[in-house]
Write a protein that binds this ligand. Structure first.
Ligand SMILES: [Zn+2]
Length: 238
């Protein structure tokens, strides 16, 4: 590979990779430091950065003293890997939350269909009079004649008198059974709607807990970023 000029110290060097711009780890660290300081100043001047909360399980390694350049470079590399891992996890959780939000949308539509539309339809049938229920749903003679376009099917309709009178006992029995079935159907649909509501609540809880993890990860990323900055600062100062 052709020799290059290091963008930091100006020395000529033979790069190991074609995209290398610096002669050494130290110069690469100096360059990164410059970029990060610039980026940090830019961010700080624009936004109100939230107060930094120390994440308890992360111990900051000692700053001064016996640390060799190698161990500082090691800390920087480890921190960069951690940032990568945390950022991947943040992105994964964000896309998971998008999917969960879609699920909630679908589930809410289902609650609407089950609870508000289907139950309402049955309730409207239950409000009908006995003879209306019989003629509309149980009078097979009349319903078949109507379906087959026979002449004057309405002469097969049962009157209120035929159903409520003394001889209407068997009609009333069938109508009561039919009402019972409709009421059971409502109970079943209400149970389904309850299950869907529970699913919605569970999904919402999962979204909140993902958001909390995302916030924790963001705090950790900030921690590692400031740690990298400190070590690069020390490297440059050496
Ligand atoms: Zn250099």
């Amino acid at each position: 590979m052709n020799a290059k000029i290091c963008l930091i110290c100006g020395k000529e060097f033979t790069p190991k990779r074609s995209d290398a711009s610096y002669c050494s780890e130290k110069c690469r660290a100096k360059a990164n430091y410059k970029k990060r300081v610039a980026a940090k100043e830019k961010t700080e001047s624009y936004e109100n950065i939230e107060p930094f909360t120390m994440v308890p399980e992360i111990q900051s390694p000692p700053l001064k003293g016996e640390l060799s350049m190698d161990s500082m470079l090691g800390f920087i590399e480890k921190s960069e890997n951690e940032i990568k891992r945390l950022t991947d996890e943040i992105n994964e959780l964000k896309s998971q939350n998008n999917m969960l939000a879609n699920d909630i949308f679908t589930l809410k539509e289902q609650v609407k269909t089950t609870g508000e539309i289907n139950i309402k339809k049955i309730e409207l049938v239950l409000e009908l009079t006995d003879s209306q229920i019989f003629n509309n749903y149980l009078n097979t003679e009349y319903l078949t004649a109507k379906k087959m376009d026979k002449a004057n099917p309405e002469k097969l309709l049962k009157t209120d008198w035929e159903i409520t009178g003394y001889s209407g006992e068997s009609f009333r029995q069938r109508i009561n059974n039919y009402r019972m079935r409709l009421k059971n159907e409502i109970l079943k649909l209400e149970g389904q709607a309850d299950n869907i509501q529970n699913q919605i609540r569970k999904t919402e809880t999962l979204i909140v807990s993902n958001k909390e993890t995302i916030q924790e990860n963001i705090q950790q990323v900030r921690f590692y970023q400031s740690r990298i900055l400190r070590y690069e600062g020390l490297l440059v100062g050496k």
